[in-house]
Design a binder for this molecule. Structure first.
Ligand code: SF4
Length: 448
């Protein structure tokens, strides 16, 4: 994702930074923190590289295709501006960047906010007076004002064999619950209607700090998944949980969902279902009983939507493993699913595994996977037709606006197209009668 932040008003003399944010929502949160610091120090954001004093590129280094996109963004910054600071996941391996672009001013890894700021200061010193009053208390958000990502921890203590994130970002470091909740409270006070809880492993929140208590308002709150969710539920915004693994303690969250306190939505990156492949992937919380667990969740929360991602063509995946995955999908009936063809990531242990799957087999399995899941998703979607559901409006149009139900996260899930007799507002939650559905999107009419 590229996020060129809005230009802001500031005196002519304010130094200008053009910011490119690539990668996942976690990288977006890093970008927001850097931009908040920049704005706090009086830097102006430029929409174009050409008019800026320096370009900052927050890179993604997860897949080779993401690296290629990052290198392209750096090259574009150099061509159009000449002064480029690189940060983010790809910055953790600077050799490749230096080799290709010896002229970049500085390269730092993810979450290294201080070094990025130091590099910006070197390239273009801040204006004399910091414009502290220009920064809203909730910080600068790159997401639209009505939803915001809330990062509860950094890093990951799992060691999935296809992933280099722990190498890039280190082991799990959880934020104190009080900190997270104060940020959430500020966001809601600033007009945010939906909080998207993110991390690398949300259900592991607090394990590293032994679920330490911290103060929020007049009480002590443990840094524990369920305690945090319970507190977030009191803030008056939609709360959506991403990157949850099916550990047994996730069962506890179902009570909050069935009471309507947090959204009936779980984003669980299953990645595969076959025990052989999951073992080779070294996935956390992989158990044979996952289908039973999903069944129990749905008994407790019939409306629960589950979104997930999968990898096909992982080294050693046999036709039997793949068929197991398709059968598992038929049983699991997931609502939203993304699928990737396995791509080796430089430095990942999976590269050493035997049994590479030929490209044409990966391709063929990917198509079979998509067709299979599409039929399942279409059936799930049809269950929503005829219902009146709340929809959060993301974008307004003259006759039809775009929004999302509780079952859809921004950017990764489906859209609800809403026709309405009255003008709608971005960030408004309207009751919509769902009249039609396809495998991805819903179509309906706003009541009233
Ligand atoms: S859970 Fe696995 S895939 Fe996710 S960040 Fe941690 S190691 Fe990587």
């Amino acid at each position: 994702m590229t996020a060129d932040a809005e230009p802001q008003t500031a005196p002519k003399s304010a130094p200008r930074v053009s910011f490119v944010s690539l990668g996942c929502p976690k990288a977006l949160v890093d970008s927001e923190r850097i931009i908040t610091r920049l704005r706090a120090e009086g830097y102006e954001l430029s929409r174009q590289h050409g008019g800026a004093d320096v370009v900052v590129v927050n890179t993604c280094g997860f897949l080779d295709s993401a690296k290629a996109e990052s290198l392209e963004a750096i090259g574009k910054g150099l061509a159009e501006n000449g002064r480029v600071i690189v940060t983010g996941c790809m910055g953790a391996e600077p050799e490749e960047i230096r080799e290709k672009f010896p002229g970049v001013l500085s390269i730092t890894g993810p979450q290294d906010y201080q070094s990025v700021m130091a590099a910006v200061h070197d390239a273009v010193p801040p204006a004399h007076d910091p414009f502290l009053d220009l920064v809203p208390p909730q910080g600068i958000k790159l997401t639209p004002r009505h939803y915001a990502y809330l990062k509860i921890s950094e890093g990951c203590s799992n060691r999935c064999s296809f992933c280099i994130i722990p190498k890039l970002r280190g082991d799990l470091v959880s934020r104190p619950a009080g900190d997270v909740l104060r940020e959430a409270e500020r966001l809601v006070a600033a007009g945010v209607k939906e909080l998207l809880v993110i991390s690398q492993d949300t259900s592991a929140y607090g394990v590293d700090i032994k679920y330490a208590e911290s103060t929020f308002a007049d009480r002590q709150v443990r840094a524990k998944f369920i305690d945090l969710a319970r507190e977030l539920a009191t803030l008056g915004a939609w709360v959506r949980l991403h990157y949850v693994y099916p550990y047994p303690h996730v069962d506890e969250i179902m009570g909050l969902m069935s009471e309507g306190k947090i959204l009936p939505y779980l984003d669980i990156p299953f990645q595969h279902a076959s025990p052989n492949v999951l073992k080779a992937m070294k996935r956390p919380a992989h158990q044979e009983k996952t289908l039973e667990r999903i069944g129990r969740w749905r008994d407790a929360v019939p409306d629960l939507a589950i979104r997930s991602t999968f990898i096909v063509g992982f080294p050693g995946e046999t036709e039997a493993d793949f068929q197991f995955l398709l059968d598992w999908l038929s049983e699991a009936k997931l609502d939203r699913v993304g699928c990737f063809k396995y791509e080796p990531v430089r430095g990942a242990p999976a590269n050493e595994l035997a049994g590479a799957v030929p490209a044409e087999v990966k391709e063929e399995r990917w198509h079979r996977f998509m067709a299979h899941q599409q039929a399942i998703a279409a059936r799930r979607q049809r269950l929503r037709v005829g219902r009146n559901v709340p929809v959060l409006i993301d974008e307004v149009g003259p006759t039809v606006s775009k929004g999302r139900t509780k079952w859809d996260a921004p950017e990764i899930d489906g859209t609800t197209y809403v026709s309405s007799r009255r003008p709608l507002r971005v960030g408004e939650i309207v009751s919509v009668r769902i009249e039609r559905a396809d495998a991805y999107d819903l179509f309906g009419h706003a009541a009233g």
